[in-house]
Design a protein around this ligand. Structure first.
Ligand code: NAI
Ligand code: MG
Length: 490
């Protein structure tokens, strides 16, 4: 790997299982003009006959039309999943595992297609789709395939049983990866699935549907229906769904929780975040700066566990900020299909407007605004990497999730002060600590009200480690053994 490549965001994610062909050329990727719903093993037209446009946020050009599922389609998908459950839950666990392994391998074989479509539809850099999203998604299938016939050992003397039909609603920031996070454990545990991708990024989930079909997975075991919030709500309210798994905004998470109250549906929620990334004076400064860059600018900052609040110990604040600004100047914002790009396109116009609104709010609140001076394309949705220095705890830009490449910076003197500030927030998904001292890491991580705490690294993901939040970041865990539990009854 050349020096130049090493110097990129996301290097941390490079894993030995990465299957990484060069997907930067799109010549061999075939996209349909129109995409239907995937129900009972077949692509079918939506009841309403309505389709909506899906675009490439990097160019604002229409890519294809996607079916809008209404209540009748949701019902059809749930019925297919119910019928399939009768068989799927009864075949031997070893057979179930084989299907899931096959899905994982097919995903590796088609990694190039998945990566290119993910980047075209969602705006994330091809380097990230190729080296992180796709291999990690395949690895979630591999990992969970291994559990399928070992649940009795994983949960000894507890007789684990599947729940039934799982309704899964996912967001647009990691479309394929979130589908894998949700589908793989559900299948390994013996459930069947109806999954709805986010309306701006349906295409890799529909590609996944093709892969399920080609893998020989029995009809109806996974159904993919597309549409926006109304379709999602129809799923949540369907009486024959046993479990809802949701990743998205805290507002919608709360609505879902209200609408299933009083039913016996199980629920897991992965919601927003506003993580503290804390640099102590004894930290390896260059490594910490790199971690901060990765923490906030990876995936354009559309990351629920993004390190969006930086806390720097006062004695090293000047040097950290200087190095951070220098490093920001080196980041390339632009065409996500170019493998040299560091920050791709903002996922949608709506999200860009939201980020711009927060930038305005931050300026009005009196924090010091700083943006890198890089060029950005004239067409498409882009945002330069942004800092707000001297932010205060009460600022909205510090308290609310922006979900873009915008970092707030606060300084601190003592450990007690930074723990207090880091936890004084509605969210509790993740945190980062940068220090040379192991004892400090143990002390502080045990006091962080956050589901994941990274030490001297950031945004490290592995299918074997559980992920999830406290407080308004949701409940339930995904990944690892903990991630199987919400799909089982004991
Ligand atoms: P959203 O929560 O509205 O969308 C997430 C998913 O929920 C999509 O599939 C959407 O179609 C579905 N959905 C929307 N309304 C629904 C309803 N009433 N019932 C069932 N499903 C519904 O998020 P949105 O509007 O795309 O983004 C708004 C903000 O939410 C972002 O700016 C960001 O701050 C946050 N967000 C957080 C995510 C995370 O991973 N924690 C992911 C996406 C958004
Ligand atoms: Mg919404």
């Amino acid at each position: 790997m050349s020096k130049k490549q090493e110097n990129k965001i996301g290097l941390d994610f490079k894993t030995d299982w990465a299957y990484a062909p060069a997907p930067e050329d799109t010549k061999h990727i075939t996209l349909q003009k129109q995409y239907d719903l995937f129900i009972d093993g077949k692509f079918v037209k939506p009841n309403s006959k309505k389709y909506f446009d899906t675009i490439n946020p990097a160019t604002e050009q229409k890519i294809a039309e996607v079916a809008e599922a209404d209540e009748k389609d949701v019902d059809k998908a749930v019925k297919a999943a119910r019928k399939a459950f009768e068989k799927w839950s009864k075949i031997s666990a070893k057979e179930r595992g084989k299907y899931i392994y096959r899905i994982a391998r097919l995903m590796q074989e088609r990694a190039r297609e998945f990566a290119v479509i993910e980047t075209m539809n969602g705006g994330k850099c091809i380097r990230e789709s190729r080296d992180i999203d796709v291999p990690l998604a395949a690895n979630h299938f591999f990992y969970n395939a291994g559990w399928a016939d070992k649940l009795e050992y994983a949960f000894p003397n507890r007789n684990p049983q599947p729940l039934g039909v799982a309704g899964q609603i996912i967001p647009w920031n990691f479309p394929l990866l979130m589908a894998a996070w949700k589908i793989a454990p559900a299948l390994a545990a013996g459930n069947t699935v109806v999954l709805k991708p986010a309306e701006t990024t349906s295409l890799t989930a529909l590609k996944l549907a093709e892969l399920f079909r080609d893998s020989g997975l029995p009809d109806g075991v996974v159904n993919i229906i597309t549409g926006a919030g109304k379709t999602g709500a129809a799923m949540v309210n369907h009486p024959d769904i046993n479990k809802i798994a949701f990743t998205g905004s805290t507002d919608v998470g709360k609505m879902i929780q209200k609408s299933i109250a009083g039913t016996d549906k199980k629920l897991t929620l992965e919601l927003g975040g506003k993580a503290a990334n804390i640099i102590f004076e004894d930290a390896p400064i260059d490594q910490a700066v790199e971690g901060v860059i990765n923490g906030i600018f990876f995936n354009q900052g559309h990351v629920c566990c993004a390190g969006s609040r930086l806390f720097i110990q006062e004695s090293v604040a000047d040097i950290v900020i200087r190095k951070l600004k220098d490093r920001m100047e080196s980041l390339i914002v632009g065409d996500p299909m170019d493998k040299n790009t560091d920050i791709g396109a903002i996922n949608s116009k709506e999200q860009l407007l939201k980020i711009q609104e927060y930038i305005k709010i931050g300026k009005n609140e009196g924090a010091d605004f700083y943006q890198s001076s890089c060029a950005i394309p004239s067409k498409g949705y882009y945002c330069r990497p942004t800092l707000f220095l001297n932010a205060s705890q009460s600022h909205r830009i510090v308290q609310e999730e922006i979900f873009g490449p915008v970092l707030t910076i606060q300084t601190f003197r003592t450990i007690e002060e930074v723990i207090e500030k880091a936890n004084n927030i509605a969210y509790g998904l993740s945190a980062g600590i940068w220090t040379d001292k192991g004892s400090k890491i143990f002390n502080i991580s045990s006091k962080m009200r956050a589901g994941v705490v990274w030490a001297n690294t950031y945004n490290k993901f592995d299918p074997a480690s559980p992920f999830g939040g406290y407080k308004e970041s949701g409940f339930g865990r995904e990944g690892g053994l903990h991630g199987l539990m919400p799909y089982l009854k004991f």
